[in-house]
Design a protein around this ligand. Structure first.
Ligand SMILES: C[S@@+](CC[C@H](N)C(=O)[O-])C[C@H]1O[C@@H](n2cnc3c(N)ncnc32)[C@H](O)[C@@H]1O
Length: 366
């Protein structure tokens, strides 16, 4: 079996690939044209097309993202370490977003985060090149995408700019497809989409899990939709979460009977509820041998809670204007009281003044 057919089979068996037009696009658009000459998944060793062509093709037709840029281009890929800032997205996540997008031939699509150009090419296969506008913030990345797209024989409109602004000159769109994650859905996307149009984007508010989000634009100028699954993508540049940094600061130390892993390992629905209660607050856990540290931080406050094996109670340190650990614990038990709703019961409404997570029905706060 050819590698692309094996990949298609694998995605179909896993349940990612169900729609014939998406299957045909995956088959006809050659992913290897969009892959860099040295492919690296961020794990293991890079594989050079020249040195090991078989290994390179295996990687390119596997189900991994291939890293194409580190630190916005400031670090050479050969360094093998740095922040991942652009990639050729993983086939399963690409297929998942494309199927959610539910395109019809002739739909006008705004694609945000061109990257290598692969997803723009898949969209062009689905709706026609003339109907696809793809926006990339990084001129060098966009330049390489232009060359890849040319080689693949496909010509969507390429725009270099901030995808958070959409691209008004191409509006109205029937579909907006983002392959960089947002913590806040840009209202420009809603404004530039016709009523009934669909926006599909990775959503990562910073609190634990990240999510796949499908919104429908309403006649009143809002967009409403639900979280449909897991999605791990690089953040939109201007919306990147701040790093944890408490250097030189001391907080108030206390103890808790609640195992910090209860909050840190909570399922996606709990993360959405806690994130909604603590907008702008990030939560990340880190294992440290047998121990585990949960960190919470926002613009005004921070907290850490440490699990250590064999202890009856656990140390908590909280600093700043709010006691973030206490607030997260309250939000977590509020979620338990509401019978632990799963991710699919949460949704989001986007308005000109911002967006709001809800539970079951728009307006009801999760
Ligand atoms: C995961 S990559 C997209 C990969 C693409 N789907 C592919 O398969 O080649 C995310 C891209 O979003 C771009 N990006 C980040 N912030 C952006 C913004 N504000 N506007 C447009 N593009 C942005 C990054 O530079 C990066 O190239």
């Amino acid at each position: 079996m050819r590698r692309v057919e094996a990949l298609i089979e694998r995605l179909a068996v896993a349940g990612w690939l169900t729609q014939d037009p998406v299957r045909a696009a995956l088959h006809d658009v050659p992913r290897h044209v969009f892959a860099p000459p040295t492919a690296w998944t961020g794990d293991g060793d890079p594989v050079s097309e020249k040195v090991d062509p078989e290994g390179w093709f295996d990687l390119v037709y596997g189900d991994d993202a291939i890293i194409t840029q580190l630190d916005d281009g400031a670090t050479d890929l050969a360094a093998g370490a740095g922040r991942f800032t652009s990639s050729l997205s993983a086939p399963s996540t690409v297929v998942s977003l494309l199927e959610l997008l539910d395109v019809e031939p002739g739909h006008r699509v705004l694609d945000v985060g061109t990257g290598t150009g692969w997803t723009a090419a898949l969209l062009a296969h689905l709706v026609g090149s003339q109907n696809v506008t793809t926006v990339e913030v990084d001129p060098a990345v966009s330049g390489r995408a232009a060359a890849n797209l040319k080689q693949a024989g496909c010509a969507p409109r390429l725009v270099v700019g901030d995808g958070a602004e959409g691209w008004a000159r191409g509006a109205p769109y029937d579909r907006v497809h983002a392959t960089c994650a947002v913590a806040r859905v840009p209202y420009a996307w809603v404004e530039q989409t016709r009523p009934g149009g669909v926006i599909v984007t990775p959503y990562d508010p910073g609190f634990g899990s990240s999510h796949e989000l499908r919104l429908v634009v309403m006649p009143d100028g809002t967009a409403v939709g639900r979280f449909t699954g897991y999605a791990s993508y690089m953040m939109m540049r201007a919306q990147r979460h701040p790093e944890w940094d408490t250097s030189g600061r001391r907080g108030e130390v206390s103890t808790t009977d609640i195992d910090p892993r209860t909050i840190g390992y909570a399922p996606a629905g709990a993360d959405l509820a806690m994130g909604a209660a603590l907008p702008g607050v990030c939560a990340r856990g880190e294992r440290d041998a047998d121990a585990y540290v949960l960190r919470l931080w926002g613009p005004d406050a921070w907290a850490s809670a440490r699990y250590e094996p064999g202890r009856e109670s656990f140390e908590v340190e909280q600093g700043g204007d709010r006691a973030l650990w206490d607030l997260a614990v309250t939000a977590y038990f509020g979620w338990i009281t509401r019978r632990s709703p799963g991710r699919d019961r949460f949704g989001l409404t986007v308005t000109p003044t911002g967006d709001r997570v809800w539970l079951d029905r728009p307006g009801v706060i999760g």
